[in-house]
Design a protein around this ligand. Sequence first.
Ligand code: 1PR
Length: 531
Amino acid sequence: MITLLDYGAGNVRSVINAIERIGETVKVAMTPEDIMSAEKLVFPGVGAFGNMMNILGAKNFISPLKDYLDADRPFFGICLGMQALFERSDEALGTEGLGIFKGLVQRFTTDLAVPHIGWNGVRIQQASRIFNGFKGDEKFYFVHSYHITPEDDYVRLTTTDYGYEFVSAVQRGNIIGTQYHPEKSGSAGLKLLKNFIDSAAASHGPITASTTTRLAKRIIACLDVRANDQGDLVVTKGDQYDVREEGEVRNLGKPVELARRYYHEGADEITFLNITGFRDFPLEDMPMIEVLKKTSRNVFVPLTIGGGIRDYTDKDGRHYSALEVADAYFRSGADKISIGSDAVTIAEEYLNTGSASGKTAIEEISRVYGNQAVVISIDPRRVYVASPDSVPHQVVPTAIPGPEGERFCWYECTIKGGREGRPVDAVTLAQICEKLGAGEILLNCIDRDGTNSGFDLELVNAVKNAVTIPVIASSGAGCTDHFYDVFSKTNAESALAAGIFHRREVPIGEVKSYLKDKVEIRPFVDIEDSP
Ligand code: 1PR
């Protein structure tokens, strides 16, 4: 029996699913006594340090937790659950940590994109049972902007490189903590958890102090989801956002099944976009909540969900905040949420007022769940112009001339699934959303969507060069070369595709085999269900 400490973190459901997947039962600690009576304690955390410590305090969990840890009883802290073991964090100055380990939690000081999101390796510093059966070249999933700096070297379990070497896991006796998320690191992650639970095992894991670790480029499978005319929830796919063929909504399969197929095919992340979310309300009949719950039971890579995340008042006058919608998605197994139309509205308000209200969906959700959990989905289309100063927008020179031979264009943002253009350009939108707390940009392109003609590299470069957060290139993938192009001609951290995967034209495994030895990729491993 595993006792799980739930302070309201976003990833609790994923951790429960992972522990149940390896055959263990989970009990959620509801009282201080539950902590003291735990056989093994798992503490998943994601979000913001200050918020976490305040909730632990409010639940009177701090002193039983300290007693439990001082007694060196089996403990596994994940991400913030590990950071809590330290004394203080830059993320919440003035808030005390548990102080079980000496040292601080600091924000990355690298020129690379922060947050550090994706699959990176580990350098194993001490023999530990949690690495029994590992080769040492496995990658694990990271999603964080802060990392620990332990004072004592002997507690270092693994280190990882991201601009510089940082400590990515600690162990002292029975107390273990990882910055990376075993519940979202595929079969390698499930094996790590299984090894923790198998506490009788001797420690004979490898020590790999010399290897260099690299963050992999991510291959993301995207499922555009909506109800078809018969009311069934289907995965559909637009051609430049038009999802109808002979009047019918294209039906490319069932969301839960397709997501599972992409997990087994080696997708690094899976994204669900509820493409009619702008008109129907996610918490009304909750179709996507069910999709998430079912998917997260069998898929152990990060799940992003988007569509309809905004403040909303239903027909009975009941008001819902965007944060409430995000809560429901996180508690159902999502790791990140994606905001589309509402981000454009927020940016327009920001441009009109010149200041942040502090109450926008981006600010509220990133405050509680951390900026790494907030993705902005941008739906732009090219507008050609004769000269850079002919419009009040950020204009990009282009090698692809316009209808009149124009050599410049700007990228007009749209809302409501490309149905309505707004006077904001994609570069400006990305910059404003980063300022308001977004952690990643999902950069679609209506012109390229479903065309198999390749990613719009000029758009990707324009946005990537304007922000410091990771960018996902999306729309237009038609062959393996298009992925090599976007990773060799831009600094995008990820590339997303839909149509070619749904239609089995280019399987994810083929993309990965083609990119292997060309760019850093998480190797495609044909994973069985059990670790
Ligand atoms: O505006 O917050 O409710 O969110 C709605 C979400 O749904 C947004 O993220 C928006 O991008 C998405 N969306 C809305 N309408 C459509 C549509 O297709 N009619 N799909 C749509 C967006 C774009 C990509 C697609 C890539 C790759 N789809 O996600 O998967 O273009 O496709 P490809 O590889 O086949 O070229 P809100």
